[in-house]
Ligand binder design. Structure first.
Ligand code: PLP
Length: 394
């Protein structure tokens, strides 16, 4: 506010100045300040309306300002916002039951982000193996993304991100996706777990081959190697099933999620099956903010709305988008599952900029355009957004 008062510049310029002066520059920001959201629309500080095909990077699955979610969150804030994990909490217990039942898992640990959920998964896998006197290496895939903390950054299979922060965490190996022989070769007596995303999101929205995934599962089971599935981005209805693993006919030993779980309030969840549910014991893991009551209330209101009808609709809208995109001359290919869609084009960043100018928010991932619209986007808004996108891509 100091700069604003002194220089009598407008509020948007002041925001940019403060951002530039006081925020660490780890992000390349787009030149826009959103101040309001409603459904699948965002509004900037000049009152201009944008169609949102990004949903805060797969977070606002039910769009902005969703009524049941706002009601649940405000009710919880007005009642009690935080107690810590030292005491019982009704929203936490209710969410745990609902989430485990929907996910087909036995138990859950709540944290605050995707990286934190994956840290928990890595710790659990390592303890599972060391409890049995086995090695604790974890194998991940080339082009994967698992987070920005030291262990999850090391788990991330992208050389470009493995610099500056030596020493990285030991005990990770990387293999190329889709190559079963390479994975079998990498697995040895020290291998505790294999960890992957079913659709590599940050890696360009690349879905793994179903046969490959099934064979990996069978091989891991035969060797008592844990299968960790990272559904931080694919989870909570994004791909047209509650979790993407359902489409692959597999059962993870550990399942992580975050992003869309509480529609905009930070939360992460690491879930366990019958093999792994009792591995983490008192004192072995924790989080001050994990299972925060407001986050849990938001998550309950979110997952209650992700029902079979919505999931079917996600699949229907996915087909509409893919069909429209494949008719655009600049589109080389379309990838992804459900409402997690990658578009191969020559210059994804330019497409993003052009869309933004035309008041459509899209994202990029790797060298692709990435679409992650709200799951409940209505057909009229979807078609309006697609019209803009196709104008840019033809
Ligand atoms: N795992 C996957 C698959 C992700 O896509 C991301 C974030 O993009 C993460 C983990 C890290 O999540 P967060 O940014 O919430 O820590």
């Amino acid at each position: 506010m100091k700069v604003w008062a002194q220089c009598s510049i407008n509020m948007a310029e002041n925001t940019k100045l403060l951002d530039s002066e006081y925020i660490v520059h780890t992000y390349a920001r787009q030149d826009v300040t959103f101040i309001k959201g409603k459904g699948s629309y965002l509004y900037d500080d000049k009152g201009k309306r944008y169609i949102d095909f990004g949903a805060g990077i797969a977070v606002n699955g039910l769009g902005h300002n969703n009524k049941a979610w706002v009601d649940a969150v405000t009710k919880q804030i007005k009642t009690i916002a935080h107690t810590s994990n030292l005491y019982y909490s009704e929203p936490c217990a209710i969410l745990a039951e609902k989430l485990c039942k929907k996910a087909g898992m036995k138990k859950v640990f709540f944290g605050n982000s995707g990286a934190e959920a994956n840290e928990c998964a890595i710790k659990c896998a390592r303890k599972y193996a060391s409890d049995k006197g086995k090695g604790t290496d974890i194998i991940t895939l080339v082009n994967s993304f698992h987070g920005r903390t030291m262990a999850t950054l090391t788990a991330t299979g992208q050389d470009s991100l493995h610099k500056f922060f030596d020493p990285f965490v030991g005990g990770f190996k990387y293999v190329e996706a889709g190559k079963l022989d390479a994975l079998k070769e990498a697995i040895d007596d020290n291998t505790a777990a294999v960890m992957f995303e079913l659709v590599q999101g940050e890696g360009g929205v690349v879905a793994l081959d179903k046969n490959y995934v099934k064979q990996v599962e069978e091989y891991c089971k035969s060797k008592d190697i844990l299968l960790i599935i990272d559904e931080v981005q694919t989870g909570n209805g994004r791909t047209g099933t509650f979790y993407a693993y359902e489409q692959y006919g597999i059962k993870p030993d550990i399942l992580t999620t975050a992003k869309g779980l509480a529609n905009g309030i930070p939360i992460g969840a690491c879930m366990f099956n019958e093999k792994t549910e009792n591995v983490l014991t008192p004192g072995t893991h924790g989080s001050t903010f994990g299972a925060n009551l407001v986050a849990c209330a938001g998550a309950i209101a979110t997952i209650d709305q992700i029902d079979d009808a919505l999931l079917k609709d996600v699949q229907r809208k996915s087909e509409i988008i893919k069909e429209a995109l494949l008719k655009c001359s600049k589109v080389k290919s379309v990838s992804g599952l459900g409402l997690m869609i990658g578009i191969e084009v020559d210059d994804a960043k330019k497409v993003l900029q052009k869309c933004l100018k035309k008041k459509l928010v899209v994202l990029t991932a790797h060298d692709r355009v990435r679409l992650l619209p709200p799951l409940n986007i209505d057909d009229v808004t979807l078609n309006k957004g697609l019209y803009i996108l196709c104008e840019v891509l033809k």
